[in-house]
Write a protein that binds this ligand. Structure first.
Ligand code: DGJ
Length: 682
């Protein structure tokens, strides 16, 4: 049987004929209507010759390639029983299932092509024998053509997430592994391989993302056998998953995306797909978060003026961050004791919440349910509930796989959500697990999130892990926001948001307006640069507005109004990024799906290479429509190195194809400044 899956310009051809394990013949550009005879001829035509010094049959790299079929590369599924290795010799068991009768092991690959052209694969392994079966790996692989030579993936660190790295790997395995018990700040995120030179707007690319919040691996193998495979799956520690007779392990989905329109083409499949199942059902309220405003300095007297200032500038959700619970005076103690600190809040949180809701805002609360400080009542009373080596930010991890520990934290959260009108939880997670236990812990975390969501369906949840340490497509169906990074420095944020937005739609990406001097870098940034940068996401404020000047408050008020009037476009449109000819100058934007309007940020990260910065080309507009381009007042003026603007400034009218192809002369922005342009079809 041949399966030709087609959607949105993508074809996947699976050859499940014969007795071998099915294989992917093609994943990429749509092959059009093909008859059964065409498909069979194509599948046969891609069976390779037998090279010298090799197995005596053609190498058909299957969905579960292994030694028995002559594949000496990285194994995809690896299992063993006590006493020795187990070399699987799998045979087709119908559909995309296969079985090794003698070994008592069955493997099934699930393959889905979504209407948006996103391909998902996951692997299940079933123990059909009579003794325990250890699962060492159960990942998925798909072939990519040899012309896919250049790799882009990501590394990073706290406050500097998603740093792109590109190279041309020679033969071998380029493997990115997370052993943090969470994806981590250095997560590979989207392992992309493409025809060398691909950019945001051009080039053929194939990419993989493991939809899992625990340990994972994604890799590209360029084998000397002449085959290239893109792979991904859960990274299992030795002995972590052992199946009793009759049990099945099902790995997470690996999400695979192809585009011939560069990296923006990947987003243009991923974002509509994510939006098709997103839990976000209503406009993203503008947030004020108290963290960088007051840290642990909590009291009604301290926070009431901030509530009032937030309401006055147009904030819609007020979030009380870390510091509200019993004994939490700094980050060395009290995690786990999820009771309101009556020393700081003698009447509980109700007076604060009343002030917030009385001013027309929602109330949100910070929690870190998976973590426990050794200096806490919880750790003292239940030391057996703690897991994870050493301490990290003075924390241990609560072992959610222990039913009593799970029930305890669920009940505490449930009690808080029942007692108080909480609209949103910022769910933090500030350490690596440092234990070979990520599989069970991740499953338990997902169960906890799902249970709380079911019991409190109106409560939104944000995934935060010291910023963007847990942003993945495993957790996304269970949350409504991600905290993109702990840095609110706009210079850092331009890059972090640009690259996180490759996978995650902007309505999920928490993006806050910070104080002039960024707490994480010490760098000082102009208000207009901070405003433009924070607009492109789920916007918020993380700044002690009680210390802002009247002019600053007026600017912030204009900006919140702009956010509210633009959010349908910002959170529903197509994300576009220009290919920069000068790395110091960027253009990015959001174009309405009907291409009737768009907002673009033109950003000077640094000094342009020439006296005149590169022209501003505006991608993604309708080539056949004409647009009125105007400069938008974000609330504060940028700084220019020279006041004279180009003659078209602050507005012109031109066809979309001209704006994309030729562009507009750039204003002479000073470094670390940005302007916002609006395009409206006329
Ligand atoms: C780390 C988070 O990323 C911050 O935003 C803040 O919530 C702190 N934790 C609080 O401890």
């Amino acid at each position: 049987m041949l399966h030709h899956l087609r959607a949105a310009g993508v074809s996947v051809l699976l050859d499940a004929r014969g007795t071998g394990v099915p294989r992917v013949v093609h994943w990429g550009r749509d092959l059009g209507d093909l008859t059964d005879e065409d498909l069979a001829a194509l599948a046969d035509a891609t069976v390779p010759a037998v090279p010298p010094s090799s197995v005596d049959h053609p190498l058909r790299v299957s969905l579960v390639p292994g030694l028995a079929e002559g594949w000496s590369g990285r194994p995809t599924v690896a299992v063993h029983r006590p006493g020795g290795p187990l070399d699987l010799d799998l045979r087709s068991a119908g559909g995309l299932a296969s079985r090794d009768e003698a070994a008592g092991v069955a493997v099934e690959t699930e393959v889905e092509l979504t209407p948006q052209g996103v391909l998902r694969l996951r692997q299940s392994v079933r123990n059909e024998g009579s003794t325990p079966l250890a699962v060492d790996a159960a990942a998925v692989v798909v072939p990519v053509p040899d012309r896919a030579r250049e790799v882009l993936d990501f590394s990073g660190l706290w406050s500097h997430e998603r740093r792109p790295q590109r190279h041309l790997p020679p033969h071998g395995v380029w493997s990115r592994e997370s052993r943090h018990g969470r994806p981590g700040h250095d997560d590979a995120f989207l392992l992309t391989v493409g025809v060398p030179g691909f950019g945001f707007r051009h080039g053929e690319v194939w990419a993989a993302h493991v939809a899992w919040s625990g340990d994972s691996v994604s890799w590209l193998e360029r084998s000397s056998l002449g085959v290239s495979l893109l792979g991904g799956g859960e990274l299992l520690a030795p002995g972590e998953v052992t199946l009793a007779p009759g049990e099945t392990y099902t790995g997470p989905w690996t999400v695979l995306v192809w585009s011939d329109a560069g990296l923006d083409g990947l987003s243009d499949r991923l974002h509509p797909w994510i939006r098709s199942w997103s839990t976000i059902g209503r406009p993203r309220p503008l947030v004020l978060n108290t963290w960088e405003a007051v840290y642990f300095d909590h009291s009604l007297e301290r926070l009431e003026p901030l509530v009032d200032a937030a309401a006055a500038v147009g904030v819609e959700r007020f979030v009380l961050d870390d510091g509200w619970f019993r004994g939490r005076d700094d980050d060395t103690r009290a995690l786990g004791d999820w009771f309101v600190d009556l020393a700081k809040w003698p009447d509980g949180l109700t007076p604060l919440i009343d002030r917030v809701t009385g001013a027309g805002m929602e109330f949100g609360l910070w929690v870190e349910p998976e973590m426990v400080n050794p200096d806490s009542d919880l750790a003292r009373s239940h030391p057996q509930w703690l897991v994870g080596a050493g301490t990290w930010r003075h924390q241990r991890v609560l072992d959610l796989t222990q039913p009593a520990a799970y029930a305890h934290v669920r009940d505490r959260l449930d009690a808080l959500l029942t007692e108080y009108p909480i609209a949103y939880l910022k769910w933090d997670h500030n350490r690596d697990l440092l234990a070979s236990a990520a599989h069970g812990q991740t499953i338990a975390l997902y169960a906890l999130l799902a249970e709380l969501r079911a019991d409190h369906p109106s409560v939104e949840i944000e995934s935060c892990a010291s910023g963007g340490g847990r942003i993945d497509l495993g957790i996304l169906p269970l949350v409504d926001r991600v905290w993109t990074s702990d840095t609110n420095d706009p210079l850092e944020r331009q890059s972090i948001q640009r690259w996180t937005g490759l996978v995650i739609p902007p309505e999920y990406l928490g993006s806050h307006l910070g104080a002039a001097r960024a707490h994480t870098t010490g760098r000082t940034a102009a208000l207009s640069f901070r405003l433009v940068t924070a607009l492109f996401g789920h916007a918020g404020i993380e700044w002690d507005l009680t210390r802002a000047s009247a002019d600053e408050l007026a600017a912030v008020t204009r900006w919140t109004a702009l956010y509210r009037s633009s959010r349908a476009l910002l959170h529903g449109g197509v994300v576009v990024r220009g290919d920069a000819s000068d790395p110091a100058w960027l253009t990015h934007g959001v174009v309405a799906t009907d291409r009737s309007e768009a907002l673009f940020a033109v950003v000077a990260l640094g000094t342009a290479q020439g006296a005149l910065p590169p022209v501003i080309r505006l991608p993604g507009l309708d080539p056949s429509r004409t647009y009125r381009v105007s400069v938008v007042d974000v609330g504060a003026e940028p700084t220019f190195v020279q006041p004279q603007a180009p003659p078209w400034w602050p507005g012109t009218t031109l066809p979309g194809r001209v704006l994309a192809e030729v562009g507009l002369a750039a204003p002479l922005l000073a470094p670390e400044n940005a302007v916002l342009l609006r395009c409206e079809a006329v």
